[in-house]
Design a protein around this ligand. Structure first.
Ligand code: UFG
Length: 343
């Protein structure tokens, strides 16, 4: 069976994708420097799929180390590149770290792939590239204009997309699939893998589950004076397992579709926008927990509302994010209880 190299494969989206790849029969080699994840994730993956993925603790921006991995696994047919620094606030404070990590690792990866004649790349991008789409572009599809990034992190996603396009222009053998994620949430239904945020969570759902677990006293809702039905911001929350499955479809499509383009871009979302206040209500309904929250001022840099038009991925990849939101929220709560030993 074909082997897929997954960079950042012990991270949140990476680990869920490794599970889905292995369940579909792919062999997997993970490279990860464990800068924002734990080696124990490998045990979680093995407990779900009954075999361990291969693992190399390396930084994928190190040419020699990455080259060694490709030498060791000559059966690699494709790469899914998750490895990246991803904290928006930190990127504002340490832009050089973000440019070096996120741009350098992709350049090194493309060089090493070429050296080993591996021509299939799936790249983790983000709906952040669209900024705030105007009303005519909501829901946002892949043809919507790219807007100036609001953070160095967002800029690295945009520049990485350009790097891929430029390299594909220069090297006609390279095939790439750029996946623009909306807001991934939830955990594997087994609660054996999930999201492990470092310190105080920046993202909404880990903050909600930590508040429900009593680790945070109260959830702060950033603004209720936006131009939305209830005044809070709207996002397209996509179940991480549905998102992971899209990567398997993307790899299948790259390896087998006869008519694919050289670089293809897909939005990965549900097609439905939910407000922060709606998500809180859905969480309460899914778990039976009353969540303490308070409305505070807007968070700088927040986009008012964005949700996906996922039709292209639905039609071309034969994939749909269709897990009901309450199941998704229940999975996040099950995971939080698991890691906190709550009954
Ligand atoms: N929010 C709160 N309280 C919190 C945390 C978040 O009200 O404690 C709100 C935010 O204001 C926003 C919504 O919840 O309206 C979602 O916020 P997240 O931080 O979970 O997600 P974002 O959409 O802001 O950011 C995500 C990723 C980024 C990425 C961005 C755009 O975390 O990496 O989408 O793709 F850049």
């Amino acid at each position: 069976m074909a082997r897929i190299l997954v960079t950042g494969g012990t991270g949140y989206i990476g680990s869920h994708t490794v599970v889905e790849l292995m369940e579909q029969g792919y062999d997997v080699t993970i490279v990860d420097n464990l800068s924002n994840s734990s080696v124990d994730v490998l045990d979680g993956i093995a407990a779900i799929v009954n075999r361990k993925p291969k693992f190399a603790n390396i930084d994928c921006s190190n040419f020699v180390d990455l080259d060694n991995v490709f030498r060791q696994f000559p059966d690699i047919v494709g790469v899914i590149h998750f490895a990246a620094s991803k904290a928006v606030n930190e990127s504002v404070e340490k832009p050089l770290l973000y440019y070096r990590n996120n741009l350098g690792s992709l350049c090194t990866l493309l060089e090493v792939m070429k050296l080993h004649n591996v021509s299939n790349l799936v790249f983790s991008s983000s709906c952040t590239v669209y900024g705030q789409p105007d009303e005519a572009h909501l829901p946002v599809d892949e043809t919507a204009p790219i807007q100036k990034a609001l953070s160095p992190y967002g800029n690295t996603k945009q520049i990485n997309e350009e790097i891929i396009n430029d390299e594909a222009h220069a090297d006609k053998n390279l095939k790439a699939t750029i996946l623009r994620y909306f807001n991934p949430i939830g955990a594997h239904p087994s609660a054996l893998i999930g999201e492990l945020p470092n310190g105080v969570p920046q993202n909404l759902l880990p903050y909600i589950t930590q508040t429900a677990a009593g680790i945070r006293p109260i959830l702060k809702v950033f603004g209720n004076d936006y131009n939305t039905p209830d005044g809070s911001c709207i996002r397209d929350y996509i179940y991480v397992v549905d998102l992971a499955k899209a990567h398997v479809k993307a790899i299948d499509h790259m390896l087998h579709a006869k008519d694919r383009g050289q670089v293809e871009v897909f939005n990965l979302g549900t097609g439905t926008g939910l407000s922060v206040l709606t998500l809180i209500k859905e969480f309460e309904a899914a778990t039976g927990i009353k969540l303490p929250y308070t409305i505070v001022g807007r968070r700088e840099g927040d986009i008012e509302q964005v949700w996906a038009e996922p039709r292209k991925a639905n039609e071309v990849l034969g994939w749909k994010a269709d897990t009901p939101i309450q199941d998704v929220l229940a999975s996040a709560w099950k995971w939080e209880k698991h890691i906190r030993n709550i009954k």
